[in-house]
Design a protein around this ligand. Sequence first.
Ligand code: SF4
Length: 228
Amino acid sequence: MQCSIVVAIPNGRYRGFYECVGSLLMSLMEANQAISISALQHYIYCPRQCGLIHVAQVWSENLHTQKGRREHDRVDVPEYELKAGVRIERALPVWSEKLGLTGKCDVVEFHADGSVYPVEYKHGPRKKGLHDDIQLCAQAICLEEMLDVSIAEGAIYHVKSRRRRKVALDDGLRLKLIETVQSVRAMNASQTVPKPEFGKHCEQCSLQDICMPDVQKVGLNLFDPLEV
Ligand code: SF4
């Protein structure tokens, strides 16, 4: 991708133009096979889940995904408000030309001192693993590139407990993000769905019935062609 655009901090007057540029760039990037930020989150949660959704294009809802979608609907309407001197943008489209990413931020706060603070909404309590942090980090990296700013921290807002968990966007997390982008790109290029890794993370996965990780595990134990 050749073009390089630095987008000014959006305000009410320019929001329409900003979204227009965003959707145009995103469709151009999608044509160049940009990765959605949600794919990175899925990959960290479970590479097979990512492959099933983004390579095999299958999807299924369960209680957890329905609850999550309901909570997200509240922040999925593009709008902004001013609160105590902080400009709060919702459902803000973001992208990174450098990493080839596209996505949307639930909330981005623009503070009077010039700092930019992304907040990702999650309906449940904190889950083990880095998947939510990687999603937030990817959003921050997009905002940094778009707005020409540095973002050292963001937060995950857990709707049920109404708590914000601060996330330091440090070098370790950024490195993990880049590794994940490379893994997802390799998976997309090979068009293969990774094998299941049966574990605790399967309990909340809406794709269990399609993936059948326990059955596959038993099947693999029953017959291993390499052992014949
Ligand atoms: S059921 Fe388990 S192994 Fe299968 S996609 Fe979901 S989390 Fe991954």
